[in-house]
Design a protein around this ligand. Sequence first.
Ligand code: FHN
Length: 427
Amino acid sequence: MRLEDLTLIKPAPTPGDTSWFTHDRFGMFIHWGLYALGARHEWVKSHERIPTEVYDKYFRHFDPDLYDPTLWADAAKDAGMKYFVITTKHHEGFCLWDSAYTDYKSTNTPYGRDILTPMVDAFRSRGLRTGFYHSLLDWHHPDYTVDNCHPMRDNADYIAGDKDRDLNRYVEYLHNQTEELLKRYDPVDIIWFDFSVGASDRFPGKGKEVWHSEELIRKIRSINPNIMIDDRLQIDQDVKTPEQYMPDGWYTVNGVPVVWEGCHTFSGSWGYYRDEQSWKSVDQLLKMLIDSVSMGGNLLLNVGPTGRGEFDERAYKRLRGIGKWMKRHSRSIYGCTQAPLEFECPRDCRYTYNPETKRLYLHMYSWPFGKIRLTGEVAEHVDYIQILSDASEMRFSYNAENRTVDIPLPVYKPLGADIPVLEIFLK
Ligand code: FHN
């Protein structure tokens, strides 16, 4: 078969512009709010059923004196990340920008300043695209009614107060703040809403009807037609967002491949969690990135900054480790996607493929002894092979009868490449 006749999966068209997104592949998620002071998960208010009047201790003590978003932006850029998504407001309802619609914002804390603007400026100045995570849930707003996730879901007196709460007044607030953010920080590249709540026998759910999702999407697109919108308004738009698991293949909706992005934490928490120890290794994190791209997807990797406004050393260490690999291997990530379906991938390896440059990337999760063999259709198209990290040639032999390519391997894998990659030039 000719190279151009091979089967390449392409995602369904999207309303917004996803061309940059499916090229850039790798972004930084940032979960930061008052919960960083609790330092035991961003859901601490819900997990511990903390009433707002008690939770306000974190508001009164929020003073991230070491906050310097240029350090965050440098860390993201050096790790090879091309966009960032910041929690403008998480479920606790606290706003990182000087919103005209609430007093529950960073400018009214002891810190006294707008958090969001210098962050957007810092990341944009380093060439990263801007994403806003915005919580649909709001455990602080007086008109937000009780549901299965609400901190007061076991408080009968609070639940009784729902009769005086006007959820539509909260939804108007949600729409107003969305417009405020998109107009003030225009052009925002991604708006990442989170999430619609299921119903139970105790409480009704909150989904697209409650959020007035269709109307909200229309408003958003009237401000920025090219913006990407996620799927958690319960109306699929530009990107599907599998969370904390790795799909088995290209993510599909009704059997149709779509633009998708897996979102993951370094550890067991999105928000800063001082005592949580399940931190993934650099090797695991790199393989999550490679796996995602090998299936045509993106990886959004989360950092939860501390109450002093810093990334903690555990996060910096992993970002540096990822950046060390990306420095020499980002060619196998940016502009790449799933390889043609006709290409069989060797054991313990992952392919990614750049259809523009016609280069195939073989990521070797293990280093076999003696040689590695490419079989079938791919063997017909090999023109030249090099180790990506140092551009050192890898000689090979082609057997037309068996349709195989054998690549002799040195006993030791190349230095400086935790996960070696062969760059295969196709013809
Ligand atoms: O409840 C949130 C959670 O705190 C976090 O923000 C993740 C990130 O995608 N989304 C929700 C859980 O699915």
